[in-house]
Design a protein around this ligand. Structure first.
Ligand SMILES: NC(=O)c1ccc[n+]([C@@H]2O[C@H](COP(=O)([O-])OP(=O)(O)OC[C@H]3O[C@@H](n4cnc5c(N)ncnc54)[C@H](O)[C@@H]3O)[C@@H](O)[C@H]2O)c1
Ligand SMILES: [Zn+2]
Length: 401
């Protein structure tokens, strides 16, 4: 594997070559709870003060505007919390708001505005930048925090299903560039991730459903029991029954964390990207719909496509595709979008161009995760486009009934 290159891989006489080697252990707490900013809850203060309980820690909040519109009192709630924990915490500026969703990732001006704030408030490498919001806001703030002073302490407080069950617990950040998703970004583990389920209550239903697709994704490639649990609890999940939603978020986050910590490639040096199951077409679909389609909705279609293809390619038992599509539909996902049929100037199906773009994004060899059985992914390095078109036909015909 590319990440394990050894001395023997470099053809230089040994006396002219020194190998620099060190490793940096990463660890950060990931909490799941309710009532993060209730004054009596010490968690946030303890996490911030974890390396030094003798001083006050300077904090700058950058918050998703979609969230502050839904929770107009959030500023006061946070201010009250800081008053209650004034021995440890210092709120150095009014809460800064940035637009939620893909808008913040599409315009470098927001990055500059946040850098300005970090500079103006003299945030140093021992102060904190705290992001509260959906995956897009966490990605944008994470990038800013990673590059200011080459990295200031960054705490993520995810407020969508997707950011709690997937993106928020990971080690990546990014914004889009020239229409290419996640083109500018870094690998940068956070100081802490604090998942407060209460934030999900104000999330629009569409977003709340969309994020479930990442739980299905990780269950399909890694955990058969969890997948069965998702099937058994689909109706409860579709009606946001709190216990079911919490378990879904938490188990999905754990599986994502496990992959990052034990999958052998946390900073994605190789070509395989198992957590991107269903994503090669999803990324393209998001772009083709000008991001009107939610990431999770695109992933649901991407998974439907890849499980059909897995069956057609003889990797997955017949009928499993149908079963997975039924789960997606029970949760309210569509498995087809007309953008799948759009073509580029050369008459090529745009979605298939997405395969090339995905390869470029990964670097190296094309590596697509497909399904061997529920709970077990398999990597392939070639996609038969005629077969992929057949899979698309199947989805289109099914949707049209
Ligand atoms: N870094 C990673 O590893 C990683 C992984 C997966 C996805 N992502 C990124 O995450 C983004 C998608 O994130 P998302 O699905 O969380 O959606 P999002 O960030 O686009 O937010 C969706 C909408 O919900 C609003 N919102 C957020 N929290 C709310 C709340 N509690 N109440 C009311 N409204 C709220 C936002 O303002 C926005 O309008 C994409 O840009 C995707 O590329 C990153
Ligand atoms: Zn995803």
């Amino acid at each position: 594997m590319e990440t394990n290159a050894t001395q023997h891989d470099v053809d230089v006489p040994e006396d002219n070559l020194t190998w620099q080697r060190f490793s940096v252990p990463y660890q950060y707490p990931v909490a799941f709870m309710r009532g993060l900013f209730r004054p009596e809850n010490p968690l946030f203060a303890n996490v911030v003060a974890r390396d030094d309980t003798t001083k006050r820690h300077r904090c700058l909040f950058i918050v998703d505007e979609g969230l502050t519109q839904a929770l107009p009192d959030l500023d006061n709630t946070i201010a009250d919390y800081f008053t209650a924990h004034a021995g440890q915490l210092e709120l150095i500026a009014p809460i800064m708001r940035i637009p939620g969703g893909e808008m913040v990732k599409r315009d470098l001006a927001y990055i500059e505005r946040m850098q300005d704030a970090i500079h103006a408030h003299a945030i140093d490498r021992h102060s904190y930048v705290i992001a509260i919001g959906g995956g897009a806001v966490l990605d944008a703030v994470g990038l800013v925090a990673a590059i200011a002073h080459r990295g200031v302490r960054h705490i993520r407080i995810p407020t969508t299903v997707l950011s709690q069950n997937d993106s928020g617990v990971g080690v990546k950040n990014a914004i889009n560039f020239k229409g290419l998703k996640n083109y500018i970004g870094t690998f940068s583990p956070p100081w802490a991730v604090l998942n407060d389920f209460d934030f999900l209550n104000t999330l629009p239903q569409r977003e709340r459903i969309a994020g479930i697709s990442e739980a299905i994704k990780v269950a399909l490639i890694r955990d058969r029991d969890f997948y069965h649990w998702l099937e058994e609890n689909a109706e409860k999940l579709a009606s946001f029954e709190p216990e079911a939603e919490e378990y879904m978020v938490r188990r999905s986050a754990e599986l994502h964390m496990h992959q990052i910590a034990h999958g052998g490639d946390p900073f994605e040096m190789g070509s395989a990207r198992p957590l991107d199951f269903g994503h090669w077409s999803a990324h393209k679909l998001e772009a083709l719909t000008n991001h009107h389609m939610r990431h999770g909705e695109a992933v649901a279609i991407g998974m439907a496509l890849d499980v059909c293809y897995s069956v057609l390619a003889g990797l997955l038992a017949k009928g499993e595709d149908e079963r997975i599509v039924v789960l997606l539909e029970t949760l309210g996902f569509r498995i087809w979008h007309p953008a799948l049929e759009s073509t580029d100037a050369q008459g090529e199906l745009s979605i298939l161009v997405g395969l090339r773009e995905f390869q470029e994004h990964l670097g190296g060899e094309l590596t697509i995760t497909l399904l061997k059985e529920v709970g077990v992914g398999v990597e392939v390095h070639q996609i038969d486009t005629a077969l992929m078109r057949k899979a698309m036909d199947w989805l289109r015909n099914r949707e049209r009934g």
